[in-house]
Design a protein around this ligand. Structure first.
Ligand code: GDP
Length: 197
């Protein structure tokens, strides 16, 4: 199957242990403002499914979507709160790692974590820590570099190498995408469909 992911919003949760059981799940994680909501919307070809915000740090809930497809048991896609935004309320900032870490380590159905890194500027220190942590704990993950359109064509080859090196990965391991222009969206949809939908 190709085309947009068929995502249906199921629920928001402030804690990972409030999520219903799922046969198989993929998660999207990244620092605030990395373009996560835009990417989820682009994957589904919808405008307002995930909330795109110009006020970084406001989306602090876990958003759960069902992914419909040819499988008998639909899987789920989890949009995790953005990390590393100082203006978020103190308690949320403090609670974030524990809640997300608990989810990433304890969710049996979690098949793949897509770690979004800003293609124009990343990886940041926090992104590097996140990747290090996932590696250390053996959590399967794939890096998606966002906002590909913001990188000038003349700089793209260099940027691909730099970003990969910063992530301690090979350039070929990274999926580049632009939610705005559509680059890489089909590739990412296919990758997600190997797990859910
Ligand atoms: P989130 O906080 O990670 O969910 O990020 P958002 O999806 O809300 O996007 C943050 C900002 O980046 C918004 O102003 C978006 O319009 C912008 N943005 C997101 N994706 C892209 C992209 O692919 N290209 C460009 N140029 N801007 C983007």
């Amino acid at each position: 199957m190709s085309g947009p992911l068929r995502l249906t919003f199921l629920q928001s949760a402030s804690r990972a242990d409030q999520l219903p059981e799922s046969p198989v799940e993929v998660a999207f994680v990244g620092r605030s403002n990395v373009g996560k909501s835009s990417l989820v919307n682009a994957l589904a070809n919808r405008k307002q499914l995930a909330r795109v915000s110009n006020t970084p740090g406001r989306t602090q809930l876990i958003n759960l979507f069902e992914v419909a497809g040819s499988r008998t048991d639909p899987g789920t896609l989890v949009d995790l709160p953005g990390y590393g935004f100082a203006k978020a309320s103190k308690s949320i900032t403090r609670d974030w790692p524990e809640m997300i870490e608990g989810y990433l380590l304890g969710r049996d159905s979690l098949a793949m974590v897509y770690v979004l890194v800003d293609g124009a500027i990343g990886p940041t220190k926090l992104d590097e820590q996140m990747l290090e942590w996932l590696r250390y704990h053996g959590v399967p993950h794939t890096v998606v570099a966002t906002k590909f359109d913001k990188v000038k064509p003349s700089k793209r080859a260099t940027r691909r190498k730099e970003l990969a090196a910063g992530c301690r990965l090979d350039p070929g391991d990274i999926v580049w995408a632009s939610a705005t222009k559509g680059d890489g969206i089909d590739v990412l949809r296919s990758l997600v469909r190997t797990w859910v939908g």
